[in-house]
Design a protein around this ligand. Structure first.
Ligand SMILES: C[S@@+](CC[C@H](N)C(=O)[O-])C[C@H]1O[C@@H](n2cnc3c(N)ncnc32)[C@H](O)[C@@H]1O
Length: 226
């Protein structure tokens, strides 16, 4: 009897101990997941901020300038850019995708940033005002353009004299689906740097600098409008 009671109490002790250990493990796991998520979120924001810091340095941004982020996606780079141009500056975030436009608009409203304007882009037209921008950048967007000649003419029209354009892109990568509707000379999902330079030079811009070691195996070509 005593032995069985002792055994029971030992089991219940073990149960309690095991339960406490399991609870501790669960808490540790939850903590770990939260920590990883937090690090990832900060890391992603940090990566965008770091790329924008490099862009700002490369393009000579200063407080008060007007910038356009063409093909802004979820706006990560737009919101990093707006922090750098300050309250006197402005960032246009353009998109062709209707859902992304709506999401960008609600993000702008949520963040209460008065100096971000969301613009609906078209295949052949940025829909940006003429002479609106000191700096325009396209991050991983150029290889998606289906009417690059017309689109480029619009970009040039929107740059102020002396304004700069940065194209961040990458040569075609294996394993990515081809982009529908783009000219056949891209060689897959991506675009050779040489073609970017040929097309934007034909549109009237001059190459100012080429950065080969852009993050994530990308390049950055900087153009200027003389
Ligand atoms: C790979 S994502 C890059 C998004 C963002 N720039 C980034 O770096 O996170 C390409 C984006 O370009 C947009 N896009 C494609 N063609 C466009 C066009 N003609 N005008 C504006 N945006 C376009 C797509 O809808 C998509 O959001």
């Amino acid at each position: 009897m005593l032995t069985s009671q002792m055994a029971k109490s030992q089991i219940s002790c073990w149960d309690k101990g095991a339960f406490a250990a399991m609870k501790k493990k669960k808490l540790l796991l939850v903590g770990l997941v939260c920590a990883v998520a937090a690090v990832f979120a900060v890391g992603v924001r940090g990566a965008a901020a770091e790329e924008v810091r490099r862009l700002a340095e490369l393009m000579g941004w200063k407080a008060g300038i007007f910038v356009a982020d063409i093909g802004a996606g979820d706006g990560e780079y737009t919101f990093a850019a707006v922090e750098r141009v300050g309250a006197a500056g402005k960032v246009y975030a353009t998109e062709i995708d209707a859902k992304k436009i709506e999401a960008l608009k609600s993000e702008v409203a949520k963040r209460k940033v008065a100096n971000v304007t969301v613009v609906e882009s078209k295949e052949a037209d940025t829909n940006l005002p003429a002479g609106c921008c000191d700096a325009i950048f396209l991050r991983r967007v150029y290889h998606h353009l289906t009417k690059p000649a017309e689109f480029d003419a619009n970009i040039v029209r929107s740059l102020k004299p002396g304004g700069r354009l940065a194209i961040i892109d990458f040569p075609a990568r294996a394993g990515l689906d081809p982009v529908e509707g783009v000219p056949g000379n891209r060689g897959g999902h991506g675009i050779p740097q040489k073609i970017v330079i040929e097309e934007l030079s034909a549109a009237g811009l001059q190459v100012e600098k080429i950065v080969e070691d852009w993050p994530e195996d990308s390049y950055c070509v900087l153009f200027v409008k003389r």
